[in-house]
Design a binder for this molecule. Structure first.
Ligand code: SF4
Length: 227
């Protein structure tokens, strides 16, 4: 079998989108198969983030995803037991499509033990608890969530598109569904003036939601972003 062709699609206006583009994953998914099920981020507005500014959000065609899985199943000499769904917020994929993707992974890569993805409050809370349970039963085991801060003022300033209350609701829903919640917070995102409030509010939020995993990154201003 030949190598899968690079992903290219067009937007509603017929304009060509960036093929595949840069792909990001959490450090702990270094050994995972990276499966790009969306292109870009459906939000794409966080002021500090430059990851997907060159991409317009689109769902990747199911046939392309299945072709990639077929190719991987045939070619991989040491198959990965984990799959990470890219790009920025793959949990936003509509429920039926996401279930079809997880079923395709299970059928073609039966050795896979866990599927993970990035998600945020919008994508988590768009799914009901029973829907998240369905995804968990099909192998979705972890959602990495860039909460960044527990301070509503800082969240609004960075255009995170969520609130502290929504983070709590999202954490509770994932826990009830049996999906591990890996939370990322950003040291420094409160700025100098808001630093203490950011620290206290983030600590109290983490104490409230008590996620199984927390990663603390340090904010780095990236050229080309509003920050
Ligand atoms: S939701 Fe994540 S990927 Fe999307 S713009 Fe914000 S930080 Fe970047």
């Amino acid at each position: 079998m030949t190598a899968p062709a690079p992903f290219v699609t067009t937007g509603p206006d017929g304009k060509q989108l960036v093929p595949g583009g840069s792909v990001y994953r959490p450090p702990s998914e270094a050994d995972s198969l990276l499966l790009q099920v969306t292109v870009g981020c459906s939000h794409n507005r966080c002021t500090y983030c430059a990851m997907y500014r060159d991409k317009r959000f689109a769902l990747r065609p199911q046939a392309k995803i299945e072709a990639l899985l077929d190719a991987y199943a045939l070619r991989s000499p040491a198959p990965s037991r984990r799959v990470f769904l890219c790009d920025g917020d793959a949990l936003v994929v509509p429920q039926a499509r996401l279930m079809a993707i997880l079923q395709a992974i299970r059928q073609r890569l039966p050795w896979v033990r866990r599927v993970a993805t990035y998600g945020d409050c919008r994508s988590i809370l768009r799914k009901s608890e029973p829907e998240l349970q369905q995804l968990a039963e099909l192998g979705l085991g972890m959602v990495y969530h860039g909460v960044e801060t527990g301070d509503d003022e800082a969240m609004a300033a960075i255009v995170k598109g969520s609130t502290r209350a929504e983070v709590i609701a999202a954490a509770d829903r994932l826990r009830a569904a049996g999906i591990l919640h890996s939370v990322i917070v950003l040291l420094g995102i409160g700025g100098v003036d808001g630093s203490e409030r950011h620290a206290r509010q983030t600590a109290s939020l983490l104490s409230r939601i008590d996620p199984p995993f927390v990663g603390a990154l340090t904010v780095t201003p990236v050229p080309g972003t509003p920050l």
